[in-house]
Design a protein around this ligand. Sequence first.
Ligand code: MOS
Length: 731
Amino acid sequence: MSPQPQAAVGAPLSRVDGRLKVTGKAQYAAEYDVDGAVHAVVVDASIGRGRIRSIDIGAAEKHQGVLRVIHHGNAPRLAYRDNAGSNNPPGRRLRVFQDDRVLFHGQPVAVVVATTLEAAQHGASLVKVEYDAEQSSTDLHEAEPDRPTNYARGDAEAGLRNAPVRLDLTYQLARNHHNPMEPHATIARWDGNKLTVWDKTQWVVGTHDELAAVFDLPAESVRVINPFVGGGFGSGLRCWPHTVVAALAARVTKRPVKLVLSRRQMYFGTGFRPMYEYRLRLGSDRRGRLTAAIHDIDAETSSYETFTEAVMAAGQMMYSMPNVSQAYRQVPLDVNTPIWMRGPGLATASFAIESAMDELAHELGIDPIELRRRNEPSEDESNNLPFSTRRLRECYTVGAREFGWSRRSARPRSRREGDWLIGLGMAAGVYDPGRFPAEARARLDADGTAVVESATSDMGPGTYTSQTQVAADALGLTMRTVTFRLGDSLYPPTGPHGGSATMASVGTAVVDACDKVRNQAIKLAVEDRESPLYGVDSSDVVVRGGRLHVRGNQARGETYRSLLARNDRSHLEASGSYTGPPSPARRSYHAYNATFAEVAVDATLGLVRVRRMLGVYDAGRIISPKLAESQAFGGIVGGIGAALLEHTVTDHRDGRIVNANLADYLVPVNADVPEVRAIYLDGEDNDGNALGVKGLGEVVQVGVAAAIGNAVFNATGRRIRELPITAEALL
Ligand code: MOS
């Protein structure tokens, strides 16, 4: 941390943008009043694969208010320059309206632009598309896997063969959709050859770069604006086809165009957490020491891009064992391309691994926490690096104590309250936080207020607030005198707002910029004969509440305002940066948790009710305790959804998603969310970011589903290896 006193960091502050949000003054992508904007509605493919034979737009074009109907037969050709950035996975990205191919059910095949939303919607219903349909393939279990990624250490086959205890378990994980409250939306406006886009995105820079590539524009001709994001969970980590459709429609009609995806369209217009089949074979000795693991992991991807995520990491480093082999296979299906969803990869892997650990504990008659302790590694066995910090043991101890783990009966189905079977379960979690290069700019004005800017996002974790906290402390200002701005590609560039990377990355750049500004002011003061600080060693000057003073002697000093006024300075400013983690890595840097669940299962109906949840986190320094607690609650709620409710269902006959709405795709509501508690271990992790943070937005969802599944087993004696765990499965 900086030598500055820390007043805001660590304080449980409320959101600086809270009032804007609750009064409706925070503007989301679709809410901008752009002069002359017209409305666009996408027509999406009603077959799962094939070709467009013909499109009849006559009736649509005649409908009052309709300006244009654009499709592959009349759309301008787009450059789609190579762009390996912007989170585009390897492959050939979907090129909207560039040919007659249909690659998945719901692919955009036309867009209707009209003066009103109603006219565009009705116009879209009048577009008649005929197809030459082919049989689509959307079933993970029927298709051929492809493109494997392998990992091996030791000899897993032999290790397993020789193990006195062997388990062979296959877990199925449903496809999940992010379902943020705010729908994905874009407003696009061209001013000559300059494109301005208001877009729901977690990464204005990525969307900026992708639009420049698609439309073959110089970087300075594109601007992406998005100061507020109404939830993301990963769905905004990439520029999706509808954003290109909006910009294309605006170019063709020479009008600003607003395009909002319907809830239904978000199920194929943006990405999703892919469906997985995860087979895990575990070998151990009779005391529970793991000797071997073989992971066979199949995940869906699209036919045109290969999406991958960190599903292999946990199996390589979570527990100590000499022999590991993994095969991670992508199964190309006629679906749109998946994307990361909260706790990406590791939430998936942890369901398999942490459920299997519970199965092994039961098999051996060892307490699940004790089993994990016996397999705690002393270093990261995937790369032989020491851990920067790994405090899982402490998570177990604190969690067991606070949750009342000792009250758990090891024998399943041994606790009953009326119709309800009660069970306790736990799981461990790990997340590999991202750290991306980032830049920021800080300016201190003569009135003693400051503005700090960085092109990051705030999808809900509270970036505005937490970055204001670190900036205020580094500048020696109060929270109220610092304004943090984000969500505009004109601000200094950053990586994506995701992967738990934002505080370590953007926060470090913000502190760097603010440290520089503060040091400029200190230098000005100690070299200024008229300053009370004249001649003081710079390192002895601190700033607090906008006033510079000698450390330990508050009386000797002056304010930024008097210093800048006397020196005739309108402002001081500086740029700061974060260049990324140490390379090559010197330490294994991960966030951890132990998550505990208590469930009640109706013995006759199979209904599962979560009663209590506790997460204990080793996430480094906590900048903003109130926001961190909210993040933990959100992650646990997301985990309850994955465990018990969320399941995107596809009709394999034609690739249609049958529950593309919030009535049939179930998410947790208040009644599903019981007593939830979060405990963050005090401490910091200084592996390459001065703030000492590890990031916490993702790890909070990892392990939650396994903890619930393990509690269901403890309650019922039934092991359900398929997510979501439904009442039907428990009957
Ligand atoms: Mo997070 S899945 O990187 O939004």
